[in-house]
Design a protein around this ligand. Structure first.
Ligand code: PHB
Length: 404
């Protein structure tokens, strides 16, 4: 039984959420709208989450959900609707026109802004979120009374008693480790390269995202605001950030996007440099007793297909639906639906992210044959309506079913 003496406070809520990033907070928001209280905790401070650059593309459906569920309509004012992307290879640009091909678009709205809006919506709606906690423990997940314990920033120790615990604690999830080793499977794919990400103070170099494949490797030109841009290029994961001077970064990026159309990036001061390692990962099962995993805690994808945040927000949409049913009288059986409904999209997104990554990056040690074959594949993608349509359909996402 719970040893209440070891903690300063004990609070009971239907759902405890470990992880207060976009997935955790969106779940809290959706539950809150239906009158179900939750407490979300995170080891990071609010400021840390707000200032850690992440991806920036939202599916139209996800953007609509943020507006229609009352998180915020700021996306409509500050976000940018993109009706396509540009692929560049062999020194030429090719536009993939999402609107024309599949009638959809995506929104450029950084994950940091999604988080800021969700955290503000929690404040507005009186939701409870504790940032900057430590020593998180999740106990008794195989019982019907799981508990979460944590130490607050002021050193006091707290316990949350819940009916369900949600592990939305990101790609370094502690919660997923609660599924016993002999009962879980981890599917992993490592890549022999990483992304070097920069933030630069400069006007936009292109109106839409540019995904470039060159003999020297991949580059992605993204945007943030009229005066701040986000760019990435494929790098050796083991090379330290310090090895990259601003001059070397610009020379690398310019070489990867160069072409016969004379395209050049507008350069500016670089104020952030990060090496981003990535992998493809799925853990099954996504539920263990009274604990359910959502978002990066259960699955991560390489950033090339811009799926990660979209997938996480899809998980919590399905999860909110099954949790409301479970708490509304159906009981834990309602959770049985979650994994099968979430996983189909997860593996589709795994495939797309893997495909897009392999399509656009050069593998270290690749032969001239490999590069020519890759150009052939890119030609097949941009040169056929089926190829362009496939990319457009996958990139803009698949419709969400909220009921099985
Ligand atoms: C970004 O803007 O940070 C971004 C956009 C698209 C991606 C990855 C990152 O595929």
């Amino acid at each position: 039984m719970a040893d209440a003496a070891a903690v300063d406070t004990v609070t009971s809520v239907p759902v405890a959420i470990v992880g207060a990033g976009p997935a955790g907070l969106m779940l809290a928001h959706l539950l809150g709208r239906a009158g179900i209280e939750s407490i979300a905790i995170d080891t990071r401070t609010r400021h840390e989450i707000e200032t850690t650059q992440r991806a920036g593309i939202l599916e139209a459906d996800v953007a609509r959900d943020l507006v229609e569920t009352g998180v915020s309509d700021r996306i409509l004012r500050d976000g940018d609707e993109h009706e396509g992307i540009e692929l560049r290879f062999g020194g030429r640009p090719y536009r993939i026109d999402f609107k024309e091909l599949v009638g959809e678009s995506v929104w450029l709205y950084p994950q940091t802004d999604v988080f800021i809006d969700l955290a503000a919506a929690r404040d507005r709606d009186g939701g409870t979120v504790h940032f900057g906690v430590r020593d998180t423990e999740v106990l008794d997940v195989t019982s019907e009374q799981p508990r979460v314990r944590y130490t607050a920033p002021d050193g006091t120790r707290h316990e949350i008693r819940a009916r369900y615990v949600v592990g939305a604690d990101g790609s370094r999830s502690m919660c997923r480790g609660l599924v016993p080793e002999d009962r879980r499977v981890r599917y992993t794919k490592e890549y022999p390269f990483a992304w070097f990400g920069i933030m630069t103070e400069a006007p936009a170099s292109a109106p839409e995202l540019v995904y470039a494949c060159s003999e020297h490797g991949f580059a992605l030109i993204s945007q943030r605001t009229e005066t701040v841009q986000r760019m990435y290029f494929q790098c050796d994961p083991d090379e330290p950030v310090d090895a990259w001077s601003d001059d070397r970064i610009w020379a690398t990026l310019q070489a990867r996007v160069a072409g016969e159309d004379g395209f050049r990036l507008t350069e500016g001061p670089i104020f952030e440099k990060t090496v981003l390692r990535f992998r493809s990962f799925v853990q099954e099962p996504m539920r263990w007793g009274s604990m359910v995993l959502a978002g990066d805690a259960a699955h991560t994808v390489p950033p090339t297909g811009a799926r990660g945040l979209n997938l996480a927000l899809h998980d919590v949409k399905v999860l909110a639906d099954v949790l409301l049913r479970a708490l509304g009288g159906e009981g834990a059986g309602a959770l049985e639906d979650y994994q099968s409904r979430a996983l189909q999209r997860v593996w589709r997104a795994q495939n797309f992210s893997y495909w897009m990554t392999r399509l656009l990056h050069t593998a270290p040690g690749g032969t001239p044959f490999d590069f020519r074959r890759q150009l052939g594949e890119l030609d097949n993608v941009v040169g056929t309506r089926a190829g362009r349509g496939y990319l457009a359909e996958q990139y803009t996402g698949w419709p969400t079913r909220t009921s099985a």
